[in-house]
Write a protein that binds this ligand. Structure first.
Ligand code: IPM
Ligand code: MN
Length: 362
């Protein structure tokens, strides 16, 4: 393939800052003969306020047709649909459900140079992946819930055999491929659920157990989600791949991000069979938007995942190589103290971006 179309959607708040920074980093990493062709498309809460539309059809079509989608962040609290849900989230949620981006891969890794709020953990001690089911579970009820006479509201949690099976398989494949690095070096997949209380989670667990039999080389275990919240604080080094339902993955991935330096550092890759959306796990942080202090690392690391995914899909070593170099550049920059305010540093978005680009161009 001689070029790849990347649909870039900046979104709201700090979205344009972190997304713009990331495009510069990608350009620096791939050099003048870069095969990436970027096109920008509007979506988000600001657009909704201006036009009444949060996610225009033209943007959706461009995303669907692109080889990959790079997103900053979207949503502004208070900018909502009549049912009270946030308008800026339409972009992400609609892409997830309509492009069937069923696997949300959230690597949780403590970098050298970054302080964890957990005592006694150092770089390398935390290195696991939360694999969040992204196409069903509770969030698939968005827009389909019911509110009865202003007195009762109901949303439904759906798990299908097909949906659970494919995400669990993906978890075991990630473990087999050697992703993540638990302290004891044992490849393991942890099924995180609430099977002791709800039927849908008991079903999730039973499908997990079935699939696990196909992977005798990988350790399989269960953890209830409430206990998991505790484990992620007390023994994060134990985990390798954690597979879980949509909402649990959403919640736990924020908790996990806190243990490695905060939301600003947490990347995410949302992939299906033929399309991928890459954006940091954080939101649009309107409180710091436009101040030049946003942390671009989360989006930059998400873009590295994008290159790795594209490179793997199209067997293109230029991209997989560039992904590695970007991750290395991020690692070195943080090690050298190039840290934004949320990480306890003083560096601006532009300074961090320049540092990364300089290293990548060298
Ligand atoms: C995330 C975000 C999203 C979610 C929002 C933006 C819809 O919090 O990706 O974790 O709730 O899934
Ligand atoms: Mn979230």
């Amino acid at each position: 393939k001689d070029h790849y179309d990347i649909a870039v959607v900046h979104g709201d708040g700090i979205g344009p800052e972190v997304c713009g920074a990331t495009v510069e980093v990608l350009r620096a990493a791939l050099g003048p003969s870069s095969p990436l062709v970027f096109s920008e498309h509007p979506a988000g809460a600001d657009l909704f306020v201006a036009t009444g539309e949060s996610f225009p059809e033209t943007t959706f079509a461009a995303c669907r047709a692109a080889d990959a989608i790079l997103h900053g962040a979207a949503g502004i609290p208070g900018i909502v649909h009549p049912d009270g849900t946030e308008a800026g989230l339409d972009f992400t949620l609609r892409l997830r459900f309509e492009l069937d981006l069923f696997a949300n891969i959230r690597p949780i890794r403590l970098f050298d140079g970054v302080r964890s709020p957990l005592a006694a953990v150092k770089a390398g001690d935390i290195d696991y992946i939360i694999l969040r089911e992204n196409s069903e579970g509770l969030y698939a009820a968005r827009g389909a819930g019911a509110q009865l006479r202003g007195e009762v509201a109901v949303d439904t949690l759906v798990q299908t055999r097909r949906g659970v099976e494919r995400i669990v398989r993906k978890a075991f494949e990630l473990a087999r491929a050697g992703k993540g690095a638990p302290a004891d070096g044992v490849k393991r997949v942890t099924c995180c659920d609430k099977a002791n209380v709800l039927r849908s989670y008991a079903f999730f667990r039973s499908v997990f157990d079935e699939v696990a039999r196909d992977y005798p080389d990988i350790e399989a275990e269960h953890a209830l989600v409430d206990a998991m919240a505790m484990h992620l604080v007390l023994k994060p080094g134990h985990f390798n791949i954690i597979v879980t339902e949509n909402m649990f993955g959403d919640i736990l991935s924020d908790l996990a991000a806190a243990t490695i330096g905060g939301m600003g550092l947490a990347p995410s890759a949302e992939v299906g069979l033929s399309q991928g959306l890459f954006q940091a796990a954080h939101g649009s942080a309107p409180d710091i938007a436009g101040k030049g202090v946003a942390n671009p690392y989360g989006t930059v690391l998400s873009a590295a995942s994008m290159l790795e995914w594209l490179g793997g899909r199209h067997d293109d070593a230029r991209l997989t190589e560039a992904a590695k170099r970007i991750r290395q550049a991020v690692g070195t920059a943080m090690q050298e103290g190039m840290l934004s305010r949320d990480l306890g540093g003083v560096n601006s978005t532009v300074e961090i971006t320049r540092a990364l680009c300089a290293r990548l161009a060298a």
